[in-house]
Design a protein around this ligand. Structure first.
Ligand code: GLC
Ligand code: MG
Length: 718
């Protein structure tokens, strides 16, 4: 698969139960509309000729309580569309609020996946805050645009919970809400494009955030599956679910007032029953059919649904709606399209009386089935009725008004037909997945062109790390630089193998000074930097810091105590302030006066300090966290990007290079090395070059046949 084949899109949706068939929607709070949305989006995108491949990354779950399907590492859901399940923390199924600590490792796994595919995606599109967290990291590492869809937002959720009188501490403990909001803030900072489903989501929800950027937002309503949802045809016969409804009704041929929602108080089912119960003409001409989830025994249900359903029963009894109201106990997801069709066949109406409705997928499903709608005047319904012109908006608290609106829809047959037809046309034009994909690709195309312009190139520049099969890593001072002629020769060679060979530097310098000296020596920006003696890692031209590495080495690190132990020791002098880094304390050494290395280590140990002590050029002493060094950083890097250590050629000249030269890497010590590296002589996979500076590197490349042998090895493998 190459760039010419079309776009390669990575979708990320971490939580919930995701599979390509028999979705368990509503099984738990995390397996709902978002899951359905991302699956349909993946399929619709992959079906477009402009798209070569779509991978939907989600969490892999091994848990006896859920189906084995959720453990499968990969599942093809349509030609060119895959669900890719990646490990993320514990193996068992977890609710989304507790996944935060494991998202970094999810991002690392995602990187390894990209490497396995062998092509860098053109964009990363994350769904919900948790995936947003992953998406920021992934898109920065890969240097590709980042697209975000929130689905719902922490600020809105917090407000709503507070309004319900829930205490801030409880909200925090239960929903980890500030972590979520913080992630959303970061997402809004990073996103090249934010996709919302309705205008209200933009105007009223995203606007609650400080870094709200309406310019980078676009409203693209989700598509609806028109093969599932369509009007009843001529010869359409009543489906099995009709029997379930018929049990309740005296006269099935009356127009149906259909409602379908979870048994949630906010859905205002009680308001609807009142509206029906209090309108005598409605009671005479129509049936009310309420699908409110499925149930066995109301008395054993959770408090919320139990209240909603009990109230429903009581109201039906109070208004005596027996024989004209149906409230079936069970229905399956595959019944849903039939339910709408059945209502359409009776020339009925679909009603969504929810207190608030930011989106309203059911309204679109009903519209696609040819049903006119009556819905709460709120974001979602307003957009739908504006585009589809197929019904009336109501105030959910105005019971009488609701009854009148329903009556209006049901009493004028000509109007009903007009609404039904207008809805079908509108949904096709504005709310089909093909329509969605058209707008999506147009907006994404703008973003891709903008990024290219910013980078000043005509083809997309992405990180080459995922597609490199070998990596050259050079120390800077006295290794890469020192001889201009040799350096020029080395850079020519790298240029010739661009795309196959990744290039990094590993230096004692801090990042700013490393960049400066590379510029002075006309070295193009490397793919990655290991700086400050391995205590920091950065990627690409944007210098994305590897925060995972920082967290990894932040272990038993007590810089203040290091100073107490070593400041003032004769022969040691602190290096200037800018050389002291968050994870590096550095001294100049006067070898005449300073105690030996062993004595220095003893002093640190006596203070119970577990650190890494690195001595270079008989002149520099660096104290680092015990987990940090150039070698450790290099191995972390290799692991993260899935690059075998034996495919990395490392060149260095002094003490701080020692631990990356050893081991399985292809080590090259340049001819002008300092004496502390002598002890590596004779080691396996260590080549002591004759040539100085970059001549030594070139010699090492030839020695290992670094640019040739792998190719043969690879060919042998396939
Ligand atoms: C670089 C750094 C310095 C460090 C030395 C040896 O010169 O600037 O802080 O001590 O490398 O690692
Ligand atoms: Mg050096």
């Amino acid at each position: 698969m190459t760039d010419q084949d079309g776009l390669y899109i990575l979708l990320i949706s971490v939580h919930g139960l995701v599979r390509g068939h028999d979705l368990e929607l509503g099984r738990d709070a995390d397996t709902g509309g978002q899951i359905k949305y991302v699956l349909e989006l993946a399929r619709a995108l992959a079906a477009d000729p402009r798209v070569a491949r779509v991978d939907l990354l989600t969490r892999q779950v091994f848990d006896a309580k859920v189906d084995d399907d959720y453990a499968r590492p990969q599942e093809e859901i349509a030609p060119g569309a895959y669900i890719v399940r990646l490990p993320c923390g514990p193996r068992r199924y977890l609710r989304k609020e507790v996944l935060w600590p494991y998202l970094d490792s999810f991002a690392d796994r995602a990187l390894a996946h990209v490497r396995a595919v062998g092509r860098v995606p053109d964009l990363v599109h994350a769904h919900y805050a948790d995936a947003g967290y992953v998406g920021i990291r992934l898109s920065s590492l890969l240097e590709v645009p980042f697209v975000f869809t929130g689905h719902s937002l922490g600020q809105v959720k917090r407000q709503r919970l507070l309004e319900q009188g829930i205490k801030p501490e409880v909200i925090e403990a239960q929903y980890k809400i500030s972590q979520r909001i913080e992630a959303e803030n970061q997402v809004l900072d990073h996103a090249d494009l934010v996709i919302a489903s309705t205008h209200q989501e933009v105007g009223q929800q995203y606007s609650l955030y400080d870094n709200y950027q309406p310019r980078r937002m676009v409203v693209i309503p989700p598509g609806i599956d028109l093969e599932r949802f369509h009007p009843p045809g001529r010869g359409w016969k009543n489906p099995p679910i009709a029997g379930e409804i018929a049990r309740f009704l005296r006269d099935m041929s009356r127009p149906m007032i259909l409602a379908l929602s979870r048994p949630d108080p906010r859905k205002n089912i009680a308001g609807l029953v009142r509206a029906f119960g209090e309108n005598a003409r409605l009671r005479e001409m129509a049936n009310l059919v309420v699908f409110a989830g499925t149930r066995d025994d109301i008395t054993t249900m959770e408090k919320g649904p139990r209240r909603v359903l009990s109230e429903l029963m009581l109201l039906i009894d109070r208004y005596d709606l027996h024989g004209i109201t149906a409230y079936p106990k069970h229905h399956e997801p595959h019944d849903v399209p039939d339910i709408y069709r059945l209502a359409a066949k009776t020339k009925g109406v679909f009603v969504n009386p929810a207190l608030t409705e930011p989106f309203g997928l059911t309204l679109l499903e009903a519209t696609a089935s040819g049903l006119p709608i009556v819905a709460t005047s709120d974001g979602g319904p307003r957009d739908i009725i504006e585009y589809c012109k197929n019904g009336l908006l109501i105030d959910p608290l105005d019971i009488q008004g609701m009854g009148e609106a329903l009556l209006t829809v049901l009493s004028d047959r000509r109007q009903w037909n007009r609404w039904s037809r207008a809805g079908l046309a509108g949904v096709r034009r504005h709310f089909s997945w093909q329509g969605h994909v058209n707008t999506y690709l147009r907006e994404v195309g703008k973003v891709l062109r903008r990024t290219r312009r910013r980078k000043g190139v005509s083809v997309p520049i992405k990180s080459r790390l995922p597609t490199s099969d070998r990596i050259l890593v050079c120390d800077i001072d006295n290794t890469l630089i020192g001889d201009r002629e040799a350096l020029a020769e080395l850079l020519r060679l790298l240029e010739a193998y661009h795309g196959h060979v990744g290039f990094g530097v590993a230096t004692g310098r801090r990042i700013e000074s490393a960049r400066k000296v590379l510029r002075e020596w006309d070295v193009p920006t490397p793919d990655f930097f290991i700086t400050a003696v391995g205590s920091e890692i950065y990627y690409g031209p944007k210098l994305v810091a590897d925060s995972g590495w920082r967290r990894h080495i932040d272990y038993r690190w007590e810089p203040a105590a290091v100073h107490t132990a070593l400041d003032g020791v004769p022969g040691l002098r602190l290096q200037p302030k800018e050389e002291q880094r968050p994870f590096k304390v550095s001294y100049y050494v006067d070898p005449e006066r300073a105690p030996g290395l062993r004595e220095i280590k003893r002093r640190l140990r006596k203070k119970d300090l577990h650190v890494n002590v690195i001595y270079s050029h008989q002149a520099f002493l660096d104290i680092l966290p015990v987990r940090a060094s150039k070698g450790a950083a290099l191995r972390y890097f290799a692991d993260k990007w899935g690059i075998p250590v034996e495919h990395i050629l490392v060149a260095g000249d002094s003490g701080n290079d020692e631990d990356m030269l050893g081991g399985e890497t292809l080590g090259v010590v340049v001819g002008n090395h300092s004496s502390e590296l002598e002890r590596l002589r004779g080691g396996e996979r260590i080549h002591f070059a004759q040539g100085h500076y970059a001549w030594g590197i070139l010699e090492g490349i030839a020695h290992y046949d670094f640019l040739g042998s792998f190719r043969e090895e690879k060919e042998g493998e396939d």
